[in-house]
Write a protein that binds this ligand. Structure first.
Ligand code: PLP
Length: 410
């Protein structure tokens, strides 16, 4: 028999969300009467919007005709979509040939690990979206989980806490490292300011490091002073890759469509352009995003699509506001709970001082029949925190809020 890949064996317990599903299923089995509501996973719930649906239909119909049918497309994406992303979302700060269309940001994050290989020194915000860490472990860029709750060997965790405004101490960034940075942040809901990103870019350049900037939630930014892309920051082109997605802005979590930006100035130590290897990699182990999905993405970037995207993201932001309002209630205030995020991001991050986050998870599941996400699942600094997701139908979110408002937190 072939031996198990030891790098995969290095992963500790299950990936966070399957673990939550397991606990939820066990609870539901033991309490079949409980009407469980999830404010846990960041999965979209609202239907695709009309303009995008008609673009998807039109492409399906076109593919059903002899003259309109097409098979494999360009592995790096539809030229019109690449150009539209560069123009509408990046105001031409990047060019169409620097945009690589994919089947989603998570998939790109996984493939980026191949680009840098097992010798890459990885540095993450703590807490962080689990894929940065788990993907690094699978690629061999990190060792097994250290004992206790201190994370994986070889990964540099940069704590993001209430005390530092959820922006890390950049003195922790090692030389020649790969810095995963997410803004608007999952799970903290924090959005880095222009000044903060300017310092991040400066440090990355000083330390010959590359930032992988995950802006999957940029469509939720409402404050015009906050940057939506790392490429709004001078100097970022020489040290950054950006990944983004149509999942959250237009509900393409199941349809699957995303992109990465690899600027032509970015190169490896030996002078090879990173974009050259990324093109090679994408054309080798990826075969292009769905042509149907790409037409939907394209429609989302015209006038009507932009209006629909705004309305859809506003819907989730209103849910986030309701959750924030609930968590500001007397029962939470008396327990010393403080809340963050949820204004320019779909996640509300709440701190329950002195309590373990899995303990709060169990309490909320048991008392309110509401599933949330324990902060410890996102990294050592997530202990004492709970993430509430605003992705849900309004009626369900309102019902969850009503139950939470009665939670006894003695
Ligand atoms: C920070 C972050 N990046 C990327 C993704 C995944 O995006 P996609 O659906 O495009 O793979 C998620 C999904 O929850 C996320 O939270």
């Amino acid at each position: 028999m072939l031996k198990r890949n030891p790098r995969i064996a290095n992963l500790s317990s299950g990936y966070l969300f399957p673990e939550i599903s397991k606990r939820r299923a066990a609870y539901a089995k033991a309490h079949p009467e409980a009407k469980i509501i999830s404010l846990g996973i960041g999965n979209t719930t609202e239907p695709l919007t009309p303009h995008i649906v008609s673009a998807l239909h039109a492409e399906v119909s076109r593919l059903g005709t002899p003259e309109g049918y097409s098979g494999y497309g360009d592995e790096t994406g539809l030229a019109a979509l690449r150009a539209k992303i560069a123009e509408v979302l990046y105001e031409n700060r990047v060019s169409a040939d620097e945009v690589f269309i994919s089947d989603g940001a998570k998939c790109d994050i996984g493939r980026l690990q191949y680009l840098f290989g097992p010798d890459a020194k990885v540095c993450v915000q703590d807490p962080a979206y689990p894929v940065y860490v788990d993907g690094s472990v699978m690629a061999g860029a990190a060792g097994p989980a250290a004992s206790g709750a201190s994370g994986y060997a070889g990964i540099v965790y940069m704590p993001c806490t209430a005390a530092n405004g959820f922006f890390p101490d950049l003195a922790l960034v090692p030389e020649n490292s790969l810095i995963y940075f997410c803004s608007p942040n999952n799970p903290t809901g924090a959005v880095a300011t222009r000044e903060q990103l300017t310092s991040l870019v400066r440090v990355a350049r000083e330390k010959s490091s590359i930032i992988i900037f995950d802006s999957a939630y940029s469509a939720f930014i409402r404050d015009p002073a906050l940057p939506r892309s790392i490429f709004e920051i001078p100097g970022a082109r020489e040290c950054s890759i950006e990944v983004n997605s149509f999942s959250k802005p237009i509900g393409f979590t199941g349809v699957r469509l995303g992109w990465s930006i690899v600027p032509r100035e970015l190169s490896f130590a030996d002078g090879t352009p990173v974009a050259a290897d990324w093109t090679r990699l994408m054309t080798t182990i990826f075969n292009g995003a769905s042509n149907i999905a790409q037409q939907g993405g394209l429609a989302s970037l015209d006038e009507q699509g932009i209006a629909e995207t705004l309305a859809l993201t506003d819907y989730y932001l209103e849910n986030a506001r309701l959750i924030r309002e609930t968590l500001s209630g007397e029962n939470f205030r008396n327990a010393g709970v403080s809340i963050f995020g949820g204004d320019n991001a779909p996640y509300v991050w709440a701190r329950f001082p002195g309590r373990k986050s899995w303990e709060i998870f169990d309490l909320i599941l048991d008392s309110c029949h509401v599933v949330c996400t324990p902060g410890a699942g996102f990294g050592p600094a997530g202990e004492e925190f709970i993430r509430f997701s605003s992705f849900g139908h309004r009626a369900q979110v309102s019902e969850a809020c009503s139950r939470l408002s009665k939670l006894i937190l003695s």
